[in-house]
Design a protein around this ligand. Structure first.
Ligand code: S3P
Length: 416
């Protein structure tokens, strides 16, 4: 198959959530363009509206009129979105609100104790279903500052604490040994918050006045770009350009990993917008060799492991992803889902002590892809199937709507 052309993808999901949430409590009118068009963002928008936010969705921009939010009169439905659940918990507690968060079947299995512990430490009264949703949070007594050592490498947990700390009575400190995506820190600084990183510590001051409003065009999502980049590297004679991609170092570990695997990926047109690096990626096919991905690299490829495992299936040798335990707690148990689907295609893959091993080899058969209703599993294995058989069959096509509703259209735009 020939992969050729150029794509400009919708906005980054992580930055989109943060832009909408923080604008909702900012001073005056904010404008957000190129918002991620997935269902997760709609969950965030609906929840904020349930708390009184003024969010107007126009065709190519979102206008948010910052307001004092109020406690909702009904449960807040986070749908499938872990980012919504964890970040909204922090945001609404900074506003001293009382609220209950619910979610779909997948989200209701994902661990929430990781945010309950710090939020309780900050003075919230919380009840949960044994560390799972529904989560009822009462922050009406106000937020006390915290000095917190992160126990998991999670940008969602970090952001929950940072957002909550905005309403704190003093300076909060988060000790993050393994760095994770830093969009919250960058955006908060741009909106006037006093926030600094000193070594592994992030020091954040509570708000003295309201956040400054923002005017932002969200760069394209590198986690979506990774699927098309992978398609180009595993198909001979390909040449693909992905434009206006977010190039924040904490997000583009996949570019480094692919380069390590002998791929040809170059960056161009680099610039900085609203504190975030943006640029174009040009990708061509190459002879792939296996690699070992260190545990410290995992946070920068946390959402790209499924598609990198697919690339590893086409590489010469065994690729090892060290310490990918966190994959078990995503939209599905992605460690199991990756191994299940690779094996179904006839590629040997297994887990040992939370390390994932993928033995590059010949794809032997075309199964119906088991998505586990997970968008990234669906997209990763569509790429594998399309490359090997020029067709694919999924048990659930619509789950791609969570982050990239036009995935299949983009695929047809660049394949021949
Ligand atoms: C996200 C952080 C990551 C990532 C998720 C988005 C964010 O989750 O997997 O898709 O926007 O902060 P964890 O922080 O739980 O690793």
């Amino acid at each position: 198959m020939l992969v050729q052309g150029a794509l400009q993808l919708p906005g980054d999901k992580s930055i989109s959530h943060r832009a909408i949430m923080l604008s909702a409590i900012a001073d005056g009118v904010s404008c957000v363009r190129n918002l991620n068009d997935g269902a997760d963002l709609q969950s965030t928008i609906n929840i904020l509206r349930d708390c009184g936010a003024s969010i107007e969705q126009k065709e190519d921009e979102i206008i948010i009129n910052g307001k004092k939010l109020h406690s909702p009169s009904k449960d807040l439905d986070c749908g499938n979105s872990g980012t919504t659940t964890r970040l909204v918990s922090g945001l609404l507690s900074s506003q001293k609100l009382i609220f209950t968060l619910t979610g779909d079947e997948s989200l209701s299995k994902r661990p929430m104790k990781r945010i309950v512990t710090p939020l309780v430490g900050m003075g919230c009264k919380i009840s949960s279903n044994n560390g799972l949703l529904p989560l009822s949070i009462d922050a009406s007594d106000g937020i006390t500052a915290i000095d917190y050592d992160m126990t998991v490498a999670s940008a969602q947990v970090k952001s929950c604490i940072l957002f909550s700390a905005l309403g704190g009575n003093n300076i909060s400190i988060i000790n993050e040994i393994i760095p994770t995506r830093n969009h919250s820190e960058i955006m908060l600084k741009n909106m006037g918050v006093s926030i600094e990183r000193e070594g592994s510590k992030i020091i954040v001051h509570p708000l003295k006045s309201k956040l400054k409003s923002i005017d932002i065009s969200v760069p394209s999502d590198p986690s979506s770009a990774a699927f098309f980049a992978a398609l180009a590297v595993i198909n001979n004679n390909s040449n693909l350009k992905l434009t206006n991609v977010l190039l924040n170092e904490s997000r583009i570990g996949f570019v480094e990993v692919l380069n390590q695997m002998n791929c040809l990926i170059s960056k161009s047109n680099e610039s900085v917008h609203n504190g975030e690096k943006v640029g174009d990626l040009t990708i061509s096919s190459s002879n792939l060799k296996a690699t070992e991905i260190k545990s410290e690299t995992i946070p920068s490829i946390i959402d790209e492991v499924p598609i990198l495992a697919v690339v590893a299936a086409f590489a010469n040798g065994t690729t090892v992803f060290k310490n990918v335990e966190e994959l078990k707690y995503k939209e599905c148990d992605r460690l199991r889902a990756i191994i299940h689907n690779l094996e179904a295609f006839g590629i040997k893959a297994y887990e040992k002590n939370n390390d994932l091993f993928v033995e590059g080899g010949k794809v032997k058969r075309m199964p119906k892809i088991t998505t586990f209703d997970d968008h990234r599993i669906a997209m990763a294995f569509t790429i594998l199937s399309l490359t090997s058989f020029k067709k694919y069959e999924l048990d659930n096509r619509s789950c791609v709507d969570i982050s990239l509703p036009n995935f299949f259209n983009y695929l047809s735009e660049i394949t021949k």
